[in-house]
Design a binder for this molecule. Structure first.
Ligand code: CP
Length: 309
């Protein structure tokens, strides 16, 4: 029995396969329902807070869209500077206060573990919209949903994860959901930005198949899907290190057409330089559909946390 009522969403590892399937099925239902009407009234009267201490386009706006399309309301801020944190207020006091106003909180914050800290304070459910280089669990849910929609299945696919696997919180959450589906994972990263050892060790202990390489072309040749990620400039202490690594992998149309024309290409976005814009016209370029899926998946999550589904 799947029941997310009142639950915090903090880490990709918290979901069972049954919960993942239920979220994706419900996202499908909302996608179909929204095809012939602009919105629903399921969460009428509910208020969601979106507290974004770091920049965001997709996560914040898709959560807000999801809440509006469910008939609820949204309050929040999009930068620390526009909140009383700029006057010196602590995260704890900010959460204590917002918790008095709303029914659910989505938060993005640069500090690792900040979402768990917020959840320990708030009575309202807290959804982690990204905590530093830690986790971004709702992105992993919409990525999983997009793989299912685009590839027609998740079980047994070959999925390449490429880019900044050290700092990319979407891939840290991603492996935690893909592990339920017997996918073969190929990690492509420069040596300095490999998947953290604590994650690869855990995958090994769970018997999850993965390979590590820095050869993107070979990796995509037999893959079903490629998940490109941005080199996370904001996590580098030394700008020169970023400059050295920023163009480590650039996916081009030519690479796809020569090696795997049927490849499904995902990216959590924003992209900087890692997918050339001529890829956008290929049938397998799924990243803007993926962004749209964020609304359906986040609708499903909000409805389930509210206990309406
Ligand atoms: N994918 C993602 O988290 O995008 P934003 O940073 O725009 O929210």
């Amino acid at each position: 029995m799947v029941n997310l009522k009142g639950k915090d969403i903090l880490h990709g590892a918290q979901f069972s396969r049954e919960e993942l399937e239920r979220i994706m099925d419900l996202a499908d239902t909302f996608r179909i329902q929204l095809a012939d009407r602009p919105g629903l009234d399921l969460l009428e009267g509910y208020v969601l807070a979106t507290l974004f201490f770091e920049p965001s386009t997709r996560t914040r706006l898709s959560f807000e869209t999801a809440m509006h399309r469910l008939g609820g309301n949204v309050v929040g801020f999009s930068s620390a500077e526009s909140s009383s944190v700029a006057k010196g207020e602590t995260l704890a006091d900010t959460i204590h206060t917002v918790d008095q106003y709303v029914d659910m909180i989505v938060m993005r914050h640069p500090a690792l573990g900040s979402a768990a800290e917020a959840a320990s304070i708030a009575h309202s459910p807290v959804i982690n919209g990204g905590d530093g280089a830690g986790q971004h669990p709702t992105q992993a849910l919409l990525d999983l949903y997009t793989v299912r929609s685009e590839c027609g299945k998740i079980d047994g696919i070959i999925l390449v994860l490429c880019g900044d696997l050290k700092n990319g919180r979407t891939v840290h959450s991603g492996v935690e959901v893909y592990k339920h589906f017997n996918c073969k994972l190929i990690f492509v990263a420069p040596e300095q930005l490999k998947m953290p050892a604590e994650i690869t060790s855990r995958l090994k202990s769970l018997g999850i198949q993965f390979e590590e390489t820095n050869d993107l072309v070979s990796a995509i040749r037999h893959a079903d899907a490629l998940y490109m990620t941005r080199i996370q400039k904001e996590r580098f202490v030394n700008p020169a290190d970023y400059d050295l690594l920023r163009n480590s992998f650039i996916l081009t149309r030519e690479m796809i057409e020569a090696n795997n024309p049927k490849l499904t290409v995902l990216h959590p976005l924003p992209r900087v330089n890692e997918i050339t814009t001529d890829v956008d016209g290929l049938a397998g370029a799924a990243y803007f559909r993926q962004a749209k899926n964020g609304v359906y998946v986040r609708m499903a999550l909000l409805a389930m946390i509210a206990g309406k589904m």
